[in-house]
Design a protein around this ligand. Structure first.
Ligand code: ZN
Ligand code: ZN
Length: 265
């Protein structure tokens, strides 16, 4: 619980009830009805500020947690329904839960992450689905030339589909940016949790500043991957079919409201 993780144990305040989902219509596909008993949510993301220096935490907080009910819900269709918490590590540690939290009595495995620690890696990326059409048209020929010359598409070297903090949402489909219910401005992409993991043919985007700073550096997309090591990585969730859950916040409204979007192939 002291580590940043995906699916790992959370540093949880003992005096705060563990989140339970009592959504009456949530379900596990192709299984018996779940019944009225609430379902314990599962840890999905825990990030300590020290591990993600570029992530702005609301004042007084340095710990971000996301949990979700690992069943299918109707609100944002075909996905788990998440909950997000910002906390102070110091305040939480003083009264942290020491017992095992409740576990869900039924789950849809595609939304239950295998616990793993994370090793955040900075990357420079460019828009994927958020690339304006005009720009896509303007650059299309150069993308084609690049792919012929190097064997990689623009999307492979310049965009990130893996789970990430910041940058562009890792949409698999057309963008659906949410607006804040409080102030009606477009919300900020906070992080994406996706089924795409290292070792699935996607590399981190090229940091095109590196060769300028260090001409001898090998851009990440040209580096040989250690395939044995990469095979052990990951949370192993398929989230539908290569799906992703995208989290958004409004930093101007009180309480840092958040919402989510989900899509898949
Ligand atoms: Zn639920
Ligand atoms: Zn707002």
């Amino acid at each position: 619980m002291g580590d940043s993780s995906v699916g790992g144990p959370l540093l949880w305040p003992a005096d705060e009830p563990w989140p339970m989902c009592a959504e009456p219509n949530h379900y596990k596909p192709l299984a018996a009805p779940v019944g009225p008993e609430p379902i314990a949510m599962v840890p999905v993301v825990q990030l300590y500020a020290r591990d993600v220096p570029a992530l702005a935490f609301p004042a007084g907080t340095d710990l971000l947690q996301i949990l979700w009910c690992p069943l299918i819900h109707e609100e944002e269709p075909y996905a788990a329904n998440p909950r997000l918490h910002w906390r102070s590590t110091a305040l939480t540690t003083a009264g942290a839960l020491t017992e095992e939290p409740p576990r869900p009595h039924v789950t849809d495995e595609e939304f239950v992450p295998r616990p793993c620690t994370v090793s955040p890696t900075p990357a420079v990326e460019y828009p994927n689905w958020d690339l304006p059409d005009e720009l896509d048209e303007l650059l299309g020929e150069r993308f084609d030339d690049f792919e012929i010359e190097h064997g990689y598409s623009y999307h492979e070297v310049a965009t990130t589909q893996q789970s990430k903090v910041g940058g562009y949402p890792a949409w698999m489909q057309t963008p659906r940016w949410p607006r804040c219910a409080g102030c009606d401005t477009r919300m900020e992409h906070l992080l994406s949790v996706t089924a795409t993991e290292p070792g699935m043919g996607r590399r981190l985007p090229l940091d095109d500043r590196d060769p300028l700073q260090d001409p001898a550096a090998t851009p990440s997309w040209q580096a040989e991957a250690d395939t044995a090591a990469v095979a052990t990585f990951g949370h192993h969730m398929c989230m539908g079919d290569m799906g992703g859950m995208y989290f958004f916040v409004c930093r101007t409204c009180p309480g840092t409201p958040y919402t989510h979007r989900y899509d898949c192939c």
